[in-house]
Design a protein around this ligand. Sequence first.
Ligand code: SAM
Length: 304
Amino acid sequence: MAYPPAFINTHTDILRAAAAEKAARGSKLIVRRTAKSGMIVYMKTQSENTLAADGFVPNKALGQNFLADETVIEAILDAAQIGGQTVLEIGPGTGALTEGLLARASRVAAVEKDGRLCELLFERFGESLRLLHADFLDADVASLVGSGSWHAVGNLPYYATTPIVLRLLPLLPQSMTLMVQKEAAERFFARPGGRVYGPLAAYAQCFYQIESVLSVPRSCFSPQPHVDSAVVRLVRTAVFVKNPAGFMTFLKQAFSMRRKTLYNNLKRDDRLPDALRMLGCPQDVRAEALSPDILLALYRRLFE
Ligand code: SAM
C-alpha cells in the first residue's frame, strides 16, 4: 500500500484500515520479543522467516540490512545517551532501535522511506512514534522535531550515507549517533590532503566533537551485508555559524572539482584573493588543503 508523503500519524484511519485488511488476509506480522528487554530480535533465520512469512522481502536498493544483535542494539542506545530529549531516527526499519529510543526519549520522530515498514512500525508502536513516510533527503525535518534541541540516531542505509549526513549536518542536532559502513566512518575523521577529506569531514569537524564508538561486524545484520560497519558519535560544540545551510553550500562548491583551485571552484569570486591573503593562504590553494577552521573563517569573511 502506498502512503502519501505525509505524517503517518495524522492518517491513522488509513493505517488502521490497512492493518485490518492485512489481518483479514491472514498476514498479520508475527514478532518475537526477548524475555530480557522486550525488544524484537531479528535473529538471522528468524527474521528472514518471520518477515518472509509476511511476504516481506528486504529491499537491497534501500540498504535494508536490519540489526539482528541485541548487544549491538543496546550499545548503540547507550552510546546515544538519550535521557528525556527529542530524538529523530533516520530509517527505523523494523524498529530495532526505535523501541529502546521510545523508552528513553521524551519524543521520538522517525523518517522511513519504505511504506511497507511504515505499516509495520505503525502496527508496533502506534501513535507513540511520530512517523513520517518519506525520503529523508526531502523530508521537512524542522516540522517533525519542533523548535527545541534534538538528537539524531540512525543505522543509515549504505547507498545514501553521505547525502543523508550532508543533509543532517546543517540542521545541527545536539548529537548524532550513526551506524555507517566502516569506510564511511573514516570520512568523519579525514584530515586536509587526505583522499576522502571533503564537505562532510570539514563541516562535521567545525561543529562537532567526533568519536568512534563501536565496530560492528557484518554478522550482526540480517540480511548480512558485504561490509562491516562502525558507530560514530558526534556531539555539538559551541562553535556558531549564522547560516548553517549557507556554509554547507559553500563547502560543496569549494570541493566541487577536486583538481581546481578554490578560486575557480568559487566562480572567481573577486573577494576571495583578499580573504585568502588575510588568512595567510596561497592564492592558488585548493579546498582539500585547507583545515575546517580556515574554511569556516573564509566563509565568514566572504558571506557573514
Ligand atoms: N534501523 C533499522 C535497523 O537498525 O535494523 C534499519 C536500518 S537499515 C540499514 C536502513 C533503513 O533506512 C531501512 O529501513 C530503509 O528502508 C531506510 N531508508 C533507506 N533510504 C532511506 C531514505 N532515503 N530516507 C529514509 N529512510 C530510508
